[in-house]
Ligand binder design. Sequence first.
Ligand code: ADP
Ligand SMILES: Cc1cn([C@H]2C[C@H](O)[C@@H](COP(=O)(O)O)O2)c(=O)[nH]c1=O
Ligand code: ZN
Length: 199
Amino acid sequence: MVLFSEDHIQETRRRGRIEVICGSMFSGKTEELIRRMKRAKFAKQRVEIFKPAIDTRYSEEDVVSHDSHSIASTPIDSSASILLFTSEIDVVGIDEAQFFDSGLVDVCNQLANNGIRVIVAGLDMDFKGNPFGPMPQLCAIADEVSKVHAICVKCGQLASFSHRTVKNEKQVLLGETSEYEPLCRECYLRARKEDEKQI
Ligand SMILES: Nc1ncnc2c1ncn2[C@@H]1O[C@H](COP(=O)(O)OP(=O)(O)O)[C@@H](O)[C@H]1O
Ligand SMILES: Cc1cn([C@H]2C[C@H](O)[C@@H](COP(=O)(O)O)O2)c(=O)[nH]c1=O
Ligand SMILES: [Zn+2]
């Protein structure tokens, strides 16, 4: 089976569409976004990548994966800013979409309706297992959704959940391996029960 996003005719025909890459932390969302954006650059397409300005974990400017793959990006505070930078662009990439405002859904639709290929990567669920920010709506309007998985650090199965290992109930808490671990459903449920005992 050829992925829609890897079908070279789809990749280069310059028809607007929305691709969503979702999953837990460490599942390879950013790597997959960078891979697709770099392929578009090789195809001589004009690309622009955006990330939320609050995400300063590895770099203020670049989008950087946990494995140190990186690509230049434009940090922005509001989804509306994307429209200001994309008049001459063929492919728009957006990382950490869960942190954006709900206006991102309309922005992605507008871009795709204007013939732009939009590739959005983000966490589908927060540490409580609840849908995160505009991600559910983005999945709903997408032409293609790729759900990627990390490896459960407890048992080696596929992981869909991001377990927070520090005490903090805020939905937004930037972090990496010191704050989060990817777990499968079984190990996640067990870990959450243990967390509840400690409250
Ligand atoms: N438990 C894990 N399962 C899979 N990959 C992991 C794990 N822990 C660390 N990694 C690293 O994370 C990389 C993926 O990073 P990244 O694309 O930034 O993920 P995401 O954006 O989904 O958080 C993998 O290639 C791997 O090197
Ligand atoms: C689960 C969860 C995560 N976050 C933060 C932690 C990281 O800074 C990002 C996710 O980055 P990744 O590229 O997917 O690894 O989101 C958060 O703020 N709240 C949460 O519930
Ligand atoms: Zn597990």
